[in-house]
Design a protein around this ligand. Structure first.
Ligand code: SAM
Length: 283
């Protein structure tokens, strides 16, 4: 593919609530491209009208992305510049666009970000939780079983966890976080970021759940849930691996021998492992 004659696919972030968060570059790009691919053309039509942009639009959503991507790629290959936007925030972040971007890159086409708002970063930067490491987990499953299974998988994750959540499920999800990760686990919920009723709820999971339940607006609007990572004390560090080995060897060998082998492998104290092995055997 001759990238010199091909067009550029711009991935353009749009506001998550406050229209003034659109960047000058986003407006310039949206005005200059020949086509804007939008998740919902009616919804984005209102934004473009407010910005004075009259570029043609084409719908690209989860249900037509494969077909539409082919049409858009042909246009890019024939030299047209195209912008991709979603209903709010940064495209591809829990929004459509992955199929198009992946294929554009595979074909050697130029894909260029026009950065701007995203609810994850907006929520995290103001939450007061550690941001040096965080894990974005998208939306939790709709059903309790699936939701709790994911939370159990994440219970010992030490990075800050970030989830998107809908108003219908916010109370159930926070209740499940308190149940699986502990009522004391620190949570911050960001509601209606950048909008008139922007609210942060923070505290222990049980307190946050209570605050949401007591607030008449506590299950209205858009939400980001942030969960403080698991705190491991020094004694627990590496104990998961030691426990796994103890459980594996205990049915096969005497306790003393098991403690010695696991101490040799993990470098942990033989006496501590002996005590741990005894309690595991009794459990
Ligand atoms: N692409 C978007 C982004 O970059 O943030 C996210 C799209 S996703 C379909 C929509 C979810 O993002 C909402 O359900 C909510 O969890 C979160 N979200 C979007 N805008 C928000 C806002 N203003 N305040 C809080 N959460 C928001």
């Amino acid at each position: 593919m001759n990238t010199e004659t091909s067009g550029i696919l711009y991935i353009v972030a749009t506001p998550i609530g406050n229209l003034e968060d659109i960047s000058a570059r986003a407006i310039a790009v949206l005005s200059s491209v020949s086509l804007i691919a939008a998740e919902d053309t009616r919804h984005s039509g209102r934004l473009l009208q407010a910005l004075g942009v009259d570029t043609r639009m084409m719908a690209l959503h989860d249900h037509n992305e494969r077909d539409r991507a082919q049409q858009l790629l042909s246009k890019l290959e024939s030299g047209e510049d195209i912008a991709l936007i979603s209903d709010a925030g940064t495209p591809l972040i829990s929004d459509p666009g992955f199929v198009l971007v992946r294929e554009a890159r595979r074909r050697g086409l130029q894909v260029s970000p026009v950065p701007g708002p995203s609810a994850i970063i907006s929520a995290l930067c103001a939450a007061g939780l550690p941001t040096d490491r965080f894990a974005f987990e998208g939306f939790l499953p709709a059903k309790k079983g699936g939701r709790c299974a994911i939370l159990e998988r994440l219970v010992s994750e030490s990075a800050t966890l970030v989830f998107y959540e809908s108003p219908h499920r916010i109370l159930d999800s926070v209740a499940d976080i308190a149940e699986v990760m502990g009522a004391d686990r620190e949570l911050v919920i960001a509601r209606e970021l950048t909008k008139t009723f922007e609210t942060f709820y923070s505290g222990a999971a049980s307190e946050v759940l209570q605050s949401l339940r007591q607030d008449p607006h506590g299950s209205r609007g858009e939400f980001v849930i942030m969960v403080a990572g698991a705190v491991k004390d020094a004694a627990d560090e590496g104990m998961e691996e030691a426990d796994r080995l103890l459980k594996l060897l205990l049915p096969e060998l005497p306790v003393k021998k098991v403690a010695k082998i696991v101490a040799d492998i993990t470098g942990k104290s033989k006496n501590d492992l002996y005590q741990r092995a005894l309690s595991l055997k009794e459990a």
